[in-house]
Design a protein around this ligand. Structure first.
Ligand SMILES: C[S@@+](CC[C@H](N)C(=O)[O-])C[C@H]1O[C@@H](n2cnc3c(N)ncnc32)[C@H](O)[C@@H]1O
Length: 197
């Protein structure tokens, strides 16, 4: 696994979640806020988790990096969101990730993390098992689109080929739809998928 502790110690500079994007996404999913638990897999420094907690959700964040979780926890305390956020250190490439989670979630997020999981199909199938019967998996992920050339090594490291990814998603979920595409920097394309059981 990449040295994420070192990354968060020295950079802590992953793009933040745009609040208008998040509000539009939540409207699309149509969640009832009160007592709704949300799982964020690979939550990193907690940016998304805290934005969700601020909107009234109870958010469970899992990440392998102690350093990232330390930042997340400290931010939760600073923003007085500790009661709404539950951060756990776990390797989400090992199943089950944890016994400490609630049994089922109406929504699970995974942002900029799937590229780092080796057994992607297994990960997706296991994640699906944690969803309610009407549950939604939101995947935010840099992709390599067909025909893309001369991509930087950095872009390759964080991305998955779009065609391979969509095959994995369609193998796992009955309904996979696009919510949004971002075009970042010179060569990064980030898709947001809404996947339903
Ligand atoms: C690019 S960062 C994204 C973090 C966050 N989701 C965001 O959008 O800012 C990838 C995160 O995945 C976590 N990660 C990578 N492999 C993991 C694994 N096997 N188990 C748990 N976390 C993992 C890293 O520690 C890191 O925080």
């Amino acid at each position: 696994m990449q040295n994420w502790d070192l990354f968060y110690k020295t950079k802590n500079s992953i793009s933040r979640v745009n609040k208008f994007f998040l509000d539009n996404l939540l409207r699309k999913i149509d969640l009832r806020v009160k007592n709704t638990p949300i799982l964020d897999l690979g939550c990193g420094n907690g940016d998304l988790a805290l934005k969700l907690a601020k909107r009234g959700f109870s958010v469970y964040g899992m990440d392998a990096s102690k350093e990232a979780l330390g930042i997340a926890q400290k931010s939760a305390e600073d923003q007085k969101l500790s009661r709404k956020t539950f951060f756990y250190q776990a390797d989400i490439a090992i199943f089950p990730y944890s016994e400490v989670l609630p049994k089922k979630f109406p929504v699970i997020f995974c942002r900029h993390t799937l590229a780092f999981i080796k057994q992607k199909q297994k990960f997706l199938r296991y994640t699906k098992k944690l969803l309610d019967k009407d549950g939604v998996f939101v995947l935010i992920i840099p992709v390599i689109i067909a025909g893309a050339k001369n991509l930087s090594q950095k872009t390759r490291n964080i991305s998955i080929r779009e065609t391979a990814l969509e095959k994995l998603l369609k193998n796992t979920f009955s309904n996979v739809s696009f919510f949004h595409t971002d075009y970042n920097g010179d060569d990064v394309v980030v898709h947001t998928y809404i996947c339903r059981i």
